[in-house]
Design a binder for this molecule. Structure first.
Ligand SMILES: Cc1ncc(C[n+]2csc(CCOP(=O)(O)OP(=O)(O)O)c2C)c(N)n1
Ligand SMILES: [Mg+2]
Length: 369
């Protein structure tokens, strides 16, 4: 059901925030989440941060070839994931969304296995690291070309509408993706068709080294929604609860037949664009430091402490259990062993054509030495 009173106005001049920097509730409505839900959200923020740290280390150890650092994006990730119905709705994430898929319920063992290309990867080691997917949880595996998953996401949403399933699709992408033709075609068609989709832009103000002001002459990304006939919201992406509540409203609005929305979450990536980038060449260190002060984990922790839901001992226990969960998951992912090279030839054709069979036999000869 659509909420009778809409809590948020689209196209606000300032990003929507519900928590002050010191963690005080500033919402214009009463907080209506259980203690359990709030603590689960915080736990997911911590898990996302720790997963990111571990993946970074695995890259430095030479165990995975590529990572896309996500620290600084966790408020957006957890806000989005918690507004969805896992395994019912569909998520079309992009490469920086490990925390989002983790919070949706994708087992960390699968995420590690995907990054390390071990047999425990449901995608059989065929994707580039940082491109997770899950058939069980309706998580689409995006390809690397920026914004190329947005058309399929809108297509999926249109099919949900035609079949009357009550599902919603959410697609996420960066600020750089909004300069692609694919983005505009997708948002336009979502508007025309009234598709049940929420398009989430994680605006970290850079597309690798390209600054936001070189990306668009618009004042922000959310305003673009106006031209496509849907509401656009700009949200403080370092405020997990603002991300959650805005998502919850637009997801349920889409679910009840009121069409798509565009949500811009203003975030910052603390790390480099990827393990193949040196961000010191284009970002002043003071800027990174300034954004770190606005950390989503710190703000949520302060919020929970103020409400008497968290203290240092509880925090330490929570971190310890998240560390243990990830350590066990990594161990299992590694123990599965590397994917066999000839998996490359499976699942494409019902009957393998002769030329592929020939290549498979050649490869077998090479790998056997
Ligand atoms: C069509 C296309 N062009 C260029 C690239 C190379 N590329 C990979 S990530 C990236 C930057 C994308 O930035 P943004 O959308 O802001 O996401 P962010 O990485 O900042 O989260 C670029 C240009 C690509 N993958 N696909
Ligand atoms: Mg960006």
């Amino acid at each position: 059901m659509i909420q009778e009173v809409q809590r948020f106005k689209p196209f606000s001049a300032k990003p929507i925030a519900l928590l002050s920097e010191a963690g005080e509730w500033r919402g214009p409505f009463d907080l209506d989440l259980t203690e359990e839900k709030l603590l689960t959200m915080y736990r997911d923020l911590v898990r996302a941060r720790l997963l990111d740290e571990r993946l970074g280390k695995l890259q430095r150890m030479g165990k995975t070839s590529f990572v896309a650092p996500a620290a600084g994006h966790e408020g957006a990730h957890i806000g989005v994931a918690h507004a969805l119905r896992p395994g019912f709705d569909w998520l079309f994430p992009y490469y920086r969304d490990m925390g989002m898929v983790l919070a949706l319920g994708v087992p960390p063992k699968e995420l590690f296995a995907q990054s390390l290309a071990t047999r425990a990867d449901p995608n059989k080691g065929r994707q580039m690291p940082a491109h997770p997917g899950s058939a069980a949880l309706n998580v689409f595996t995006a390809a690397s070309p920026i914004a190329s998953h947005l058309g399929p996401a809108v297509g999926a949403a249109i099919s949900m509408k035609l079949r009357g399933t009550g599902q919603v699709a959410v697609a996420s992408f960066g600020d750089g993706a909004t300069s692609e033709g694919d983005f505009h075609a997708a948002v336009n068609f979502a508007g025309v068709q009234g598709a049940p989709i929420v398009l989430v832009c994680e605006n970290n103000r850079y597309a690798i080294s390209v600054d936001f002001h070189k990306q668009t002459a618009s004042e922000n990304i959310a305003v673009k929604a106006h031209a496509y006939g849907m509401p656009g919201y700009v949200v403080d992406g370092m405020d997990t609860l603002a991300c959650y509540y805005v998502m919850q409203e637009v997801v349920e609005r889409a679910r009840s037949g009121h069409g798509p929305a565009l949500v811009e979450m203003v975030v910052y990536r603390y790390g480099a664009h990827s393990s193949a980038d040196d961000d010191a060449r284009y970002r002043p260190r003071e800027e990174v430091q300034r954004w770190r002060q606005r950390d989503p984990l710190r703000r949520f922790k302060a919020f929970l402490e103020r409400r008497g839901l968290l203290d240092d001992a509880k925090e330490a226990a929570l971190r310890e259990s998240a560390e243990a969960e990830l350590a066990a998951a990594l161990k299992e992912a590694e123990a599965a062993g590397p994917v066999p090279t000839d998996w490359l030839f499976d699942d494409v054709y019902a009957e393998r054509p002769a030329f592929l069979e020939e290549q498979r036999a050649q490869l077998e000869g090479v790998t056997r030495g």
